[in-house]
Design a protein. Structure first.
Length: 620
């Protein structure tokens, strides 16, 4: 890179190689002289190579990978100015790929070197706003991402800040607060750039979605200050004939619901709620989709009866549920968002105290609607079927059992019969097998929640005990279908059943044990293994000494799991807790396992002593 006579193709290859090397190595591997040499080569490549776009692109990408090492260089004002100038120049290159790569560098700098950005922010604001307003989407997306990264940094600082006594001014630069009057209008413009056929579930990220996400982060960063800037846009566009305007207004409103205070938002939400409910019958499906999402955000963030703060009142609940249960019949992508709205609506009533839950009179209708939704022939689209079942679970979990026990008791045989029907499905292809597995997993999940709910009170526990044999038989038949997703859910449900039946679970152990063994040996799908370890704990608590005949086998598998290098490390800590559960259950009989368990615990404690403290996941 320092030889002026090298051909461009060689420089390009060299810069690509430098980029890959920087991506793979860590800070500790380089001394500062090497860092300086790498940066000199890369920045030179970005500068000298204006005649050759391939070289300039390779240099810009290499710089992106080298930024992590450049702490000392960024601390030096002269070097920093030079690096920033080269990047900002590249952001105006003729070639779209170079502009995109330059903005990617700016995004990285936003999170790595936030504290030195002040002198460059005016220039960066001009670059990002021009890109958002007039550049290709790939470049515009990175320009929006820059501001999202700045929000992330400022939010993180707010989390960690403990204002010193007498001085409550945060040490951060508050770039978002300063840019607010020009940044928010810029983001609102992006909301009007929706794709004609966008579907938020197809994973294709577009400018409108990026703008809305960034607006949400801005709202969380500055709180109430965002509301007065966004509401005029909402009011102007919400009733226009063009669907893009209506959808953008709704999206803007939904995006700022987290951050500002409830006092600031409540009056607007109360004023706009009826409007949103009417919009659920809009002629355009994008508008309905975004409206349902906005309603679910309102119920998630502004509906907490336990604190006495909620936009939902006994007066408007019937109207809200009427609209939701009608809209759940809409296209799958709309219905899936409606499920989300019902989910958070129910969740709000979970801690409402002993006072009668307002949802109880509507419970049967809600459950029937969700079951009907889950059985739709297009339930596979937009994850509708799994959303319907997840919502069903949340509704059951959050109900007031003393008022709803009969409704939930009726739901139990209905779900059992649905699970039984899945056992006789015609399986011709691997696709059929996958569908059967997903359906069984969802239904096992529902049964788990019902078992937990009904066994949580002495009056309703007998309902479970009466049908425990049938339920267990169903679960064993499900295991025989051999699918890992089902294995997880069925294991969790069996854990709940063991808790409910207590010592009575002993009669199922002989049949169930072989599946438990399979779970404990399943290294590939380690989540199944982890859940199986948890179920051993449930069974020990249920059976006490009666678990003894199975302990030799269980301990053998647990010790093998601990010494296996193939098993994911996250499964190993719970195994030590499991030793404790077994010891509590079998008392002095644990004596014969001591010689095997203690060395394992000793070597684990040695690992703790030598642990790399910067690896938070490992410490947990």
């Amino acid at each position: 890179m320092t030889q002026p006579d090298r051909p461009p193709s060689q420089k390009q290859a060299t810069l690509e190689t430098l980029g890959y090397v920087c991506e793979e190595i860590s800070h500790e591997d380089l001394v500062q002289d090497e860092v300086n040499a790498v940066l000199t080569a890369v920045v030179q490549g970005m500068n000298v190579s204006e005649l050759n776009p391939e070289v300039r692109l390779a240099a810009t990408k290499a710089l992106y990978n080298a930024l992590d090492f450049a702490r000392t260089n960024f601390d030096n004002e002269m070097e920093r100015n030079y690096i920033m100038k080269v990047i900002c120049d590249a952001a105006l290159a003729k070639e779209i790929e170079i502009r995109q790569a330059a903005f990617e560098c700016l995004v990285s700098i936003a999170s790595t070197y936030y504290e030195v950005l002040e002198p460059y922010m005016q220039r960066i604001f001009e670059l990002t706003s021009n890109a958002v307003r007039g550049d290709e989407e790939a470049v515009a997306l990175q320009a929006v991402e820059f501001w999202s990264s700045i929000c992330d940094e400022e939010l993180e600082m707010q989390d960690y800040e403990v204002p010193q006594s007498g001085d409550s001014s945060p040490p951060q630069s508050q770039f978002i607060q300063k840019a607010l009057p020009t940044l928010v209008p810029l983001l609102l413009e992006t909301l009007l750039k929706q794709d004609e056929d966008q579907d938020q579930d197809d994973g294709i990220w577009n400018l409108a979605m990026a703008g809305g996400t960034c607006l949400g982060l801005v709202a969380r960063t500055v709180g109430d200050a965002v509301v007065t800037l966004v509401m005029p846009f909402v009011e102007t566009n919400i009733s226009k004939t063009d669907w893009r305007s209506r959808e953008a207004a709704t999206y803007a409103f939904g995006s700022i619901l987290e951050g500002p205070s409830i006092e600031k938002l409540s009056p607007m939400v109360n004023a706009g709620l009826e409007f949103l409910l009417n919009a659920m019958s809009d002629v355009n499906s994008h508008v309905k989709d975004t409206t349902a999402w906005t309603l679910s955000r309102i119920f998630e963030l502004l509906h907490s009866p336990a604190t006495g703060l909620s936009v939902i009142t006994p007066a408007n609940l019937q109207r809200i549920l009427g609209v939701l249960l009608e809209s759940i019949k809409d296209a799958p992508h709309v219905a899936e968002k409606v499920c989300g709205a019902i989910y958070f609506l129910a969740q709000g009533y979970e801690d409402a105290g002993p006072s009668s839950s307002l949802l109880t009179p509507y419970l049967t209708e809600i459950l029937n609607s969700l079951i009907t939704t889950a059985e739709r022939t297009d339930g596979g689209d937009s994850k509708l079927r799994s959303s319907a079942y997840e919502t069903l679970n949340e509704v059951v979990r959050c109900t007031n059992l003393s008022e709803t026990s009969q409704i939930i008791a009726k739901l139990l045989p209905a779900i059992m019969s649905k699970l039984e029907q899945t056992l006789s499905l015609q399986i011709v292809s691997s696709d059929d097998r996958e569908k059967q597995g997903d359906l069984q997993a969802s239904l096992c999940g529902v049964l788990q929640v019902i078992i937990q709910k009904l066994s949580s009170a002495d009056e309703t526990k007998p309902i479970i005990l009466q049908v425990a044999d049938q339920i267990m038989l169903l679960f064993l038949n499900v295991f025989a279908c051999r699918s890992s997703t089902v294995h997880e859910e069925a294991m969790l449900a069996i854990g709940a059943l063991a808790y409910a039946t207590g010592p009575g679970f002993e009669k199922y152990m002989q049949e169930f044990y072989k599946y438990l063994e399979m779970g404990l040996q399943n290294f590939e799908e380690y989540q199944v293994c982890a859940i199986s370890v948890g179920v051993v704990g449930d069974i020990c608590r249920a059976l006490d000494e009666k678990v003894l005949p199975y302990c030799d086998g269980i301990m053998t598998h647990l010790l093998k799991d601990l010494s296996s290098s193939e098993l994911h490390r996250s499964v190993k800590p719970p195994i030590f807790s499991c030793f404790g559960d077994i010891a509590l259950a079998i008392g002095e009989h644990f004596d014969k396992y001591i010689a095997y368990a203690l060395p394992m615990m000793q070597s684990a404690s040695e690992v703790c002593a030598q642990m790399d403290n910067s690896d938070e996941e490992m410490i947990d």
